[in-house]
Write a new protein. Structure first.
Length: 142
C-alpha cells in the first residue's frame, strides 16, 4: 500500500495501536491525516464500531478490511467474503470427516471479495460517492 501511495504522490503514515485508540487518533490529527485505512486484525474487527465512531469524530473517512465493517460505520469495507470463507472451511471439514487426509487438500486463498459502502457515514463526512462505485458495490448501506 505504501509503495503504491508513494507512486501516486500520496503521503502515508503508519499508526501502530495496541489498546489506546484515543492516543492514535490524536497522533493522526497531529500528522494531518485525511483518511484512514483500518487493516485486518481480530482486535480491529472486534472494535470496529468504536474505531468507526472515533474516525467519524476526527472527520476521517475510513476503508476497512472486511465488508461487514461498513455496517459498523466505516465508509468502505472491502475484503474477502467471510461467508464464502466459512463455507470453504465447512467443505474442508466435511471432506476430512469423510476420510480425506488433510495433506491431500489444497491450500486456497480467498476467491470471492465483497465491497460495501456506508452512505450514512459518507454523508456525515460530507463526501459524495461516485455512481460507478455505488453500482459495483455488493451492499450499499443507507
Amino acid at each position: 500500500m505504501e509503495r503504491i501511495a508513494l507512486a501516486l504522490g500520496i503521503e502515508t503514515h503508519v499508526f501502530r495501536v495496541k489498546t489506546d485508540y484515543s492516543a492514535a487518533f490524536a497522533s493522526m490529527r497531529k500528522a494531518g491525516a485525511q483518511a484512514l485505512v483500518i487493516s485486518t486484525s481480530p482486535k480491529f474487527y472486534q472494535d470496529g464500531t468504536q474505531l468507526a465512531a472515533l474516525a467519524l469524530e476526527a472527520g476521517l473517512p475510513t476503508i476497512c478490511e472486511w465488508a461487514e465493517m461498513a455496517r459498523t460505520g466505516c465508509v468502505i469495507g472491502y475484503g474477502p467474503s467471510l461467508r464464502a470463507m466459512r463455507r470453504r472451511v465447512a467443505d474442508y471439514l466435511a471432506r476430512i470427516l469423510q476420510g480425506t487426509p488433510p495433506s491431500a487438500l489444497p491450500i486456497e486463498g480467498p476467491a470471492h471479495f465483497e465491497l460495501a459502502i456506508n452512505l450514512k457515514t459518507s454523508r456525515a463526512l460530507g463526501m459524495d460517492m461516485p455512481e460507478g462505485l455505488l453500482l459495483r458495490a455488493d451492499e450499499v448501506i443507507e
